[in-house]
Design a protein around this ligand. Structure first.
Ligand SMILES: C[S@@+](CC[C@H](N)C(=O)[O-])C[C@H]1O[C@@H](n2cnc3c(N)ncnc32)[C@H](O)[C@@H]1O
Length: 282
């Protein structure tokens, strides 16, 4: 477990993942009944962008650093508002911080909603506890995220989101994800699941889509979407330049919302005009 998200916080992949995350949470919050977020790989919750790790890669400057300085297309303002309203106030010039998925969830959940954060690294668990403070809606558990997923679904609310955002250090991460989602869907077929993944090798991603299609078909899921965003050419030895999300049981508005946002993100975050995107049904 060498991965530390502090090196990557606020990069183009975080911006993409977190914009979609906030759209899903804003949608879930439209009904008065409570819902639950289960974040299997939670991270620190908050990242110091002037710290040594963030400064070393400076990845955030090509991610949130670009978005925050960009003109927002007027039709996208309502879609980006839930994300920017949380992120922008923390990006002060003197002391810029970037919120991770737990703090984004904490900002959007209401008093009737609950969150469970799984994290395997003890130091990261400590940081997350410090950053979330005493939030009665939240449980932070030091546990393997896939073990946690199996244990915590279905939530009693029967409504909510599972975020699966592993570090992809292990060679078999795609296979583990498909297996964990298969198990979870048997217990909770109506939950919304959002899975993030890097795209470095197209053949590996195609195998993942095929495995996920099988899992989804077996579970009789209503709908599953894949969104991809890239900012440059990809390759196994190049820095990460493309990533994707699979969203199972998405809110019915998500497809149209993300189709509106992706051309903008591809334009703003693109390096040397090489940005692009794709949307498909699994
Ligand atoms: C990509 S980061 C998570 C970022 C976070 N979801 C966000 O959006 O802000 C992945 C995290 O998973 C943690 N991790 C690594 N292996 C894990 C495991 N088996 N179970 C749970 N967490 C794990 C790492 O310590 C790291 O904090």
């Amino acid at each position: 477990m060498n991965y530390r998200h502090a090196y990557h916080a606020g990069n183009f992949a975080d911006v993409f993942k977190h914009v979609v995350l906030t759209l899903i949470l804003a949608y879930l919050g439209q009904k008065p009944t409570g819902f639950r977020v289960i974040d299997t790989h939670a991270g620190d919750g908050l990242y110091d962008l002037s710290g040594v790790a963030a400064e070393k890669t400076a990845e955030w400057r090509n991610g949130i650093g670009r978005l925050i300085g960009a003109e927002i297309w007027p039709e996208l303002q309502p879609l980006l508002d839930p994300y920017l309203a949380i992120v922008a106030p923390r990006l002060t010039a003197e002391s810029p911080y970037y919120p991770g998925s737990p703090l984004l969830a904490a900002a959007l959940l209401r008093k009737q909603d609950r969150m469970i954060f799984c994290e395997a690294h003890p130091e990261v668990v400590g940081a997350l506890k410090a950053h979330l403070g005493r939030d009665k809606r939240a449980k932070i558990i030091e546990i393997d995220g896939f073990v946690g997923l199996g244990a915590f679904v279905p939530p009693i609310e029967r409504r909510g989101l599972v975020l699966v955002d592993p570090p992809f250090e292990a060679k078999d991460e795609f296979v583990r994800i498909a297996g964990a989602i298969d198990t979870a869907l048997r217990k909770w077929p109506t939950g919304t699941y959002m899975i993030w993944f890097p795209i470095k090798d197209r053949a590996g991603v195609a195998r993942f889509y095929s495995q996920m299609s099988d899992v989804i078909a077996k579970a009789g899921v209503r709908e599953a979407l894949c969104f991809e965003l890239w900012i440059d050419d990809i390759g196994p030895d190049r820095p990460l330049a493309a990533n994707g999300l699979v969203v199972i049981n998405p809110p019915y508005v998500l497809d149209a919302q993300v189709r509106q946002i992706l051309p903008y993100l591809a334009r703003v975050l693109s390096i040397a005009g090489k940005g692009g995107y794709a949307v498909a049904h699994l």
